[in-house]
Design a protein around this ligand. Sequence first.
Ligand SMILES: C[S@@+](CC[C@H](N)C(=O)[O-])C[C@H]1O[C@@H](n2cnc3c(N)ncnc32)[C@H](O)[C@@H]1O
Length: 362
Amino acid sequence: MASPESTESGGDGHDGGLHAPSHWAAAAAAAEAAETADADADANDSGLDSASTTTSSASISSSILEYRIIHGRTYHADRGGAQYWASNDDQANETLDLIHHASTLSLGDKLHLAPLDRPRTRRVLDLGTGTGIWAVDFADEFPAAEVTGTDISPIQPSWVPPNLKFEMEDFTQAWTFREDEFDYVHMRYLYGSVTDWAGLFRQAYRACAPGGWVESYEGSPTLLSDDGTLEEGSAMAEWGKFFYEGARKLGRVFSPLPDHLQERYMEEAGFVDVQVSTMKVPVGDWAKNPRLKEIGRFIQLSVETDLEGIVQFMAGLLEGWSPEDIMLYGAQLRREFRAKKTHAYYLQRVVWAQKPETASKS
Ligand SMILES: C[S@@+](CC[C@H](N)C(=O)[O-])C[C@H]1O[C@@H](n2cnc3c(N)ncnc32)[C@H](O)[C@@H]1O
């Protein structure tokens, strides 16, 4: 059984190998045979069919609408240094919004853990804003702040609070913002999109005003259990491996959490008072605590909403995975989720830190 301790030390699966695609065809056939046997056994009990079951903004501005299409799903335009592993279509965006709900719940209905001083929080940056759902909520909660959300995909709504704007900006390039421009720099779920985490936090430090805060919220894609219910070789146990293996091919880092990159590089950049909050996030509604149960329900729903879309881009980078293989793997994963036998969770970590009041311009 994998344990949270092994994750903490970095051995959370991001070094392990993934089963070959043929494994999931065999698993699907075995599961179907078992389901047929079960269905035959209680055919009289149920009428249900078993099937029911350059500079950063300039380099991309002209190309952002040229989405790439892979197996019928759209991905951001392939330009400059940016590479993002998930789709940017409606199905993927719905997933982001579901995860936002679970993430906010996991922080006790808060949008941030940094101790923001409201009158001093005038200019706010949300890096890799996605659908902008966090930025919209933040702008509503801090009406006196000017909030900027950046991304490489133009998937943000146009009907937003008047104190919020979105900009197309690639955070892997030199940022176009002025030194000391923001009182708060927020980034969430940038795993797999960043090549140089140290450089990211150096740029955040430069853009942050003295006394301002940076906050980074990340998760580990590896599923774990504390009671042995997550079986070695199951689809759930393999989930994280797609991301680690795919990210390796992309030259991106998917392990900010197990490798402690958030806290390490914030400190290295010059931020002080670095604070860390790590939490186990349940997948599925198995937890007894009602809040955790709701979080788990939303996380499972978000994964199921776009399972193939999430895996597709990464699996497509690996040897030998056809769209059919991905579907078979996805079917097995759904089956395992719905069987509700696994008390699975993953780790999330929020790290926040302050730029010293006394920091001088470089
Ligand atoms: C997993 S989503 C998270 C979205 C949002 N932060 C949230 O928590 O709802 C990651 C986002 O980062 C964006 N992204 C990836 N690489 C980027 C880059 N180089 N520059 C700017 N945004 C990027 C993606 O387009 C995507 O919208």
